[in-house]
Design a protein around this ligand. Structure first.
Ligand SMILES: [Zn+2]
Length: 255
């Protein structure tokens, strides 16, 4: 005979199991390291230029990003500084886009230094410092810890490798990695944008531009490289490249 007590006990167990399952699924509320704001103000020009409200929104977006994406060290220790800089690089290009999520990114692997195109950390031909994975590494980004830090510490140049890789992800979000971020750029600006990229690649090839030579590789790389310059040295970029600056504003700032 099943007693009322037994039924109640079974019900109690069911409720307990359901609660345990849901609790373990709930993501832990992420707490940013204590000195996050200080580090951002020191190293991230974009953050330093925001007002108080803007800074609070930036921190919130960083928190959401770092809760959603796993950062794993591969022979490298992931330190607080690395987490903060990765979070900053992720938020900067999409700061003005409401509810943005990098749905094409699950995990970031942090390597100590450069690697080769087979993702190996040893041997010659280790020329790659960051990349967005494809095939078996779909939804995974690899960054060199050394280059990640250089991108923010070195103020003398306009390169920022981590930001570069996030721009590739944004470019890729519409289904094609082609230098045209259709998800952010209004259709009416697309022909002008393509033309500007081609023109600038030609200028770079001829040595008539201060934009890094890597931009001449393809429209995809050109978009990522000019975006680095746009965020790293905004004033010089707007003086030197007013047309590109105006369209990058359309893409990232929406004004
Ligand atoms: Zn690239």
């Amino acid at each position: 005979m099943i007693t009322v007590l037994q039924i109640l006990f079974v019900l109690f167990l069911i409720v307990l199991i359901i609660r345990l399952v849901f609790q373990s699924r709930r993501p832990e509320a992420l707490v940013l390291p204590e000195n996050t704001e200080e580090i951002l103000a020191d190293y991230v020009i974009f953050y330093a230029g925001l007002d108080e409200d803007g800074r609070a929104i930036f921190l919130d977006k960083m928190k959401r990003f770092l809760s959603a994406v796993k950062i794993t060290g591969a022979n490298a220790e992931v330190e607080d500084l690395d987490r903060i800089l990765i979070g900053a690089a992720a938020v900067m290009p999409v700061f003005y886009i409401p509810d943005w999520e990098y749905i094409n990114l699950r995990e970031i692997l942090l390597y100590p230094g450069n690697f080769n195109t087979d993702y190996e950390q040893q041997g010659n031909e280790r020329l790659v410092s960051g990349m967005v994975g494809t095939g078996s590494l779909e939804n995974i980004m690899i960054l060199s810890k050394w280059e990640l830090r250089q991108g923010f510490i070195n103020r003398k140049n306009n390169r920022n490798m981590a930001l570069h890789e996030f721009v590739h992800l944004i470019d890729k979000m519409d289904g094609s990695l082609d230098g045209v971020p259709e998800i952010l750029l209004q259709r009416k600006f697309v022909p002008q944008w393509k033309q500007l990229l081609e023109q600038e690649m030609e200028n770079v090839r001829r040595g008539q531009s201060d934009i890094d030579l890597y931009a001449a590789t393809s429209p995809v790389e050109c978009f990522a490289v000019v975006s680095e310059y746009f965020f790293e040295q905004p004033e010089i970029f707007s003086e030197q490249h007013p047309d590109l600056h105006a369209l990058l504003q359309q893409i990232f700032i929406r004004k």
